[in-house]
Design a protein around this ligand. Structure first.
Ligand SMILES: Cc1cc2nc3c(=O)[nH]c(=O)nc-3n(C[C@H](O)[C@H](O)[C@H](O)COP(=O)(O)OP(=O)(O)OC[C@H]3O[C@@H](n4cnc5c(N)ncnc54)[C@H](O)[C@@H]3O)c2cc1C
Length: 302
């Protein structure tokens, strides 16, 4: 379970209070506030705060006051225009603050996104919980033979069982030693900031992560993509659902232009034009490298 009874009670208490505001609120996000969306075996994503909505994006783009007489349809059209033409600053007017619980090896990938503000649980100050990510059997996969940065078929039989045993036993043994080293019963007790170095990268950490919508969409474009590692992708996918409820027009435009769309080079665009003119375009006469041609074929066939 990702949440302790105390954490559940805290969320209930937070959700039982409300405050009046003159600021824009979004019903979809009010429904999500503070709740934990489970991810992996012990992780979660929670919305702690948000600022702005679809209208805020449009208002910034128009640098005007209020919505005036513009219809919702116009707002959606404007947002699609902004997304299509890579206008970024109107999307930066919206902010999202999340509380995320995630394995340390996922956090290492996540923290590469430098445009967020982060405050992480201190393992110098506090004692880490005995919580380790152990993949479900279907995610315990072999090294991919075609992609050095990916995985292939799930492990099977005795090998799968042995690997699972190693992951569980090594995690527990490392934690037993961690506890033993920091204990002050009958000994000085090693400092927490040192004892933690013995813990494996599948232990869970937590942080508050605040980011503007432009950079959040950039994060989701990279991490909800099929090339991203499964363990970070599942967080990004959960966040996509939250963003869809927060700024539905912006998210729809993002899905259309970024997630579902493709960027073509001038050479690729020329190939498309030649194909439309009835010419037989092949890898050899395309002017593309083997990799470019393969990706071009994938774009056309999807
Ligand atoms: C599938 C995948 C595989 C990856 N593999 C590797 C790997 O093997 N090794 C590795 O080291 N990393 C790897 N990464 C991480 C990747 O290279 C980026 O560091 C990470 O995705 C963060 O992207 P970003 O810098 O665009 O994001 P952010 O840090 O959020 O930045 C957003 C944008 O802001 C601008 N920006 C931010 N900071 C600066 C700056 N200091 N200077 C100039 N512009 C800035 C850039 O335009 C940037 O695109 C991988 C990422 C993915 C998605």
């Amino acid at each position: 379970m990702p949440l302790s009874p105390e954490q559940s009670a805290e969320i209930e208490a937070l959700r039982s209070q409300s405050a009046q505001t003159l600021r824009a609120t979004v019903p979809g996000m009010e429904a999500h506030l503070y709740k934990a969306f489970p991810v992996l075996d012990h992780g979660f994503v929670r919305v702690i705060d948000y600022m702005g909505d679809d209208a805020a994006i449009c208002q910034a783009a128009r640098v005007s006051y209020g919505k005036g007489t513009k219809s919702v349809q116009n707002d959606e059209g404007l947002i699609r225009y902004l997304m299509r033409h890579w206008h970024s600053t109107p999307f930066e007017m919206c902010e999202l603050k999340l509380h995320v619980k995630l394995p340390v090896f996922v956090a290492r990938q996540w923290i590469r996104h430098r445009t967020a503000n982060v405050n992480e649980y201190s393992a110098r100050y506090s004692i880490l919980d005995r919580e380790f990510y152990i993949p479900a059997p279907e995610h315990l996969a072999a090294q991919s033979e075609v992609n050095n940065q990916g995985r292939g078929q799930a492990l099977e039989g005795e090998e799968a069982a042995r690997v699972l045993d190693y992951l569980k036993a090594d995690s527990m043994r490392a934690y037993d030693h961690y506890e033993e080293m920091i204990s002050t019963e009958g000994q000085q007790g090693l400092a927490r900031e040192l004892a933690r170095m013995n813990l494996p990268a599948n232990i869970y950490t937590q942080w508050y992560w605040k980011v503007d919508l432009h950079n959040l969409l950039h994060f989701l474009r990279l991490r909800a993509d099929s090339h991203a590692q499964y363990e970070i992708r599942v967080y990004a996918e959960e966040m996509c659902k939250i963003v869809a409820d927060w700024v539905p027009f912006a998210f729809k435009a993002f899905e259309d232009y970024r997630m579902g769309g493709a960027t073509l080079s001038a050479t690729a665009l020329d190939c498309v034009r030649r194909m439309l003119a009835g010419e037989s375009v092949t890898k050899e006469n395309s002017g593309m490298s083997a990799g470019e041609w393969r990706e071009f074929q994938a774009v056309l066939s999807e």
